[in-house]
Design a protein around this ligand. Structure first.
Ligand code: ATP
Ligand code: MG
Length: 581
């Protein structure tokens, strides 16, 4: 079954920031996005200035910038003036520790206020910030700190003792460890007293647009994570996409559920909402259905940016779980990180009265590239269209050059370089970086298709493609069909070598509550897939799993299922969330 297009009515289109996205794209110039920013004298541009200080200078210091919700129910509001002051103090602490412009500051902690203050304070000081996910084990933390030659680590005493203390002295570049709170383990500096003693004013460093601001490690879904280098100029793209793809305007109550340990949690969990003078909700806790529904309702969230893995968890709990809540303030919902199954789009429409708007981008692109925006009709399962200023195509390699494919043909998703938030390097991997650019295109490593109307459809990662009896199968299509079966909550599909077919399709599924694994159920799921997809594409075998292996950013790690299936080495699993073998 193909899913019916969800049409937007005239009233929705009229309230959209971009009422006619095609027309805006046609006439777009990046100056339009630059005009959303203030800039600094002599062409300087600093993300933290755009995100915080300029709003205070313009008289908006009293507005709430961040509402922080602690794990155990505490709540703290930070106004723009509070954030300006705290980040200035943090920048002064860095200076007092003898650090200089260009030094590299790592953040390793949960979603605590200090993480946000450290990120912005570092940028103010003209230093580079690199967020790490607090759940990483010591080894992944150490490797990343070594690769990026960390000069400072900002963390908590607990994390320091458990994960860092044993080897901190062996990192030659590390000059200082700042620890949240009033007391610090030996060799560390307590941030509390240092901040209290610091000057609450700081002249934001006039960084050049090309100066490095952030280093983000990729999710490690397909292999060893790469360190993508981003510059202050990226804020031009954060401004454009925050406004056009996420509908952020001054005062918007915005909740991005991603952890800043991943690029989404920084680009859209810190920078874009503050640049647009929104109030951002930060929840320290992990996913919990009732907690999330309560936050959406009680905090009167207007724009919500989340991920397919969370949406599937909500779907697993059923529509009834959402019924007691009032989501009347929500005016836009978006999703990123993995393909969003069409069923999830339609489910959103039924439960929240509007569809989830899928959008696509990568750590490397620094910001959203392809999106379903508010005014667009939604084709469930499609990632939408390139945003203004973004030129995307579907290409195929041919003797060292690239050929652009026609609508309907599957090839590699590529972008014309030149958007402001494009990565400037893979840290210490120049050859790999250069390989991503061919013939005037940046190659994403994802396979996709563009239809006659200009909508892009994700097919799979190039590495995950399955070749069976002359067919090329993208796992997404098969997984989406599988989760349409009433028993299936999540699915992952891989190809297994087969003498006659080349590869055959194998599926791993996690079940919805109320269903138990059985031979009969396996047959029923395979039968359902055969009906939907045809016998050539449907999985030969379906196995049941309590959970599927995922990265900490919520992406299914198909390569791990495959390695285990074939008895091959598991490769880099530093980003793996606990899973069941
Ligand atoms: P690594 O590059 O280390 O293997 P990763 O590619 O998962 O990890 P990220 O940069 O966090 O690291 O994720 C970007 C990738 O996520 C995209 O290349 C794409 O494969 C997938 N992705 C993101 N958004 C979408 C989407 N809307 N639909 C389909 N896939 C998406
Ligand atoms: Mg990638």
């Amino acid at each position: 079954m193909t899913w019916a297009t969800i049409r937007k009515d005239a009233a929705t289109r009229a309230r959209a920031v971009l009422p006619d996205p095609d027309a805006t794209r046609a006439g777009f110039d990046w100056d339009e996005a630059r005009a959303m920013l203030d800039g600094m004298p002599d062409g300087a541009l600093n993300i933290a200035h755009e995100a915080v200080d300029r709003h205070v200078a313009a008289g908006h210091g009293g507005q709430v910038a961040m509402r922080w919700m602690g794990k155990s129910g505490e709540r703290r509001d930070f106004s723009y003036a509070d954030l300006a002051e705290a980040t200035a103090r943090f920048a002064n602490v860095l200076k007092a520790q003898g650090l200089e412009r260009g030094d590299r500051v790592y953040g390793l902690m949960g979603r605590e206020p200090e993480l946000y203050i450290a990120a912005l304070g570092t940028l103010k000081a003209g230093m580079t910030f690199s967020p790490l996910f607090s759940a990483f084990g010591p080894e992944p933390i150490r490797t990343r700190m070594e690769i990026a030659e960390a000069n400072v680590l900002v963390t908590t005493a607990g994390l320091y003792r458990r994960k860092i203390a044993d080897w901190a002295a062996e990192i030659p570049s590390l000059k200082c460890v700042l620890v949240v709170g009033d007391e610090a383990p030996e060799g560390c500096v307590a941030l509390g007293p240092a901040m209290a003693a610091a000057d609450p004013r700081f002249d934001v460093v006039h960084t050049a647009p090309e100066e490095t601001a952030l280093i983000h490690f990729t999710s490690g879904t397909t292999g060893r994570p790469k360190g993508a280098v981003h510059v202050h100029g990226a804020v031009v793209n954060h401004a454009m996409t925050g406004r056009y793809a996420l509908e952020l305007v001054p005062g918007t109550k915005f909740w991005c559920t991603a952890d800043p340990g991943w690029v989404t949690g920084t680009s859209y969990g810190i920078i874009a909402p503050l640049v647009h003078r929104c109030t951002m909700i930060v929840d320290e806790a992990e996913f919990d259905l009732d907690r999330w529904y309560t936050i959406l309702q009680d905090e009167k969230v207007e724009v919500w940016y989340t991920a397919p893995t969370a949406i599937r968890m909500m779907m697993r709990a059923g529509k009834a779980a959402a019924e007691p809540y009032d989501f009347g303030n929500l005016r836009f919902m978006a999703s990123v990180g993995e393909p969003l199954n069409p069923e999830a789009v339609v489910w959103g429409n039924e439960v929240f009265g509007q569809p989830f708007h899928d959008n696509w981008w990568q750590t490397e692109t620094g910001g959203i590239m392809i999106a379903n925006t508010l005014a667009m009709d939604i084709k469930p399962g499609s990632m939408g269209k390139p945003l203004p200023g973004i030129s995307a195509g579907i290409v195929e390699r041919e003797d060292g050059t690239l050929r652009e494919l026609k609508p309907g043909e599957i090839g590699e998703l590529a972008l014309r370089p030149g958007w402001p938030s494009m990565m400037r390097a893979y840290l210490h991997e120049e050859a790999r970086y250069q390989k991503a650019f061919v013939d005037g295109w940046y190659l994403s490593g994802d396979l996709a298709m563009c239809d006659e109307d200009g909508y892009f459809w994700f097919v799979g990662r190039a590495d995950d493609l399955i070749k069976t009896s002359g067919h090329l199968i993208g796992p997404f299509e098969v997984e989406s069909a599988l989760i349409e079966h009433e028993a299936v909550a999540e699915a992952a599909v891989i190809g297994i070598p087969d003498e006659t077919a080349g590869e055959v399709v194998k599926a791993y599924v996690a079940l919805n509550p109320g269903f138990e694994p059985s031979e009969e159920l396996e047959k029923s799921i395979r039968g359902h897939a055969r009906k939907k997809l045809g016998p050539a594409v449907a999985p030969r075998e379906v196995v049941f799993r309590q959970t599927l292996p995922k990265t900490r950013s919520g992406k299914i790690m198909r390569r791990l299922l495959k390695a285990r299936e074939l008895g091959l080495p598991e490769g880099d699993i530093s980003t793996l969330e606990t899973d069941e073998k």
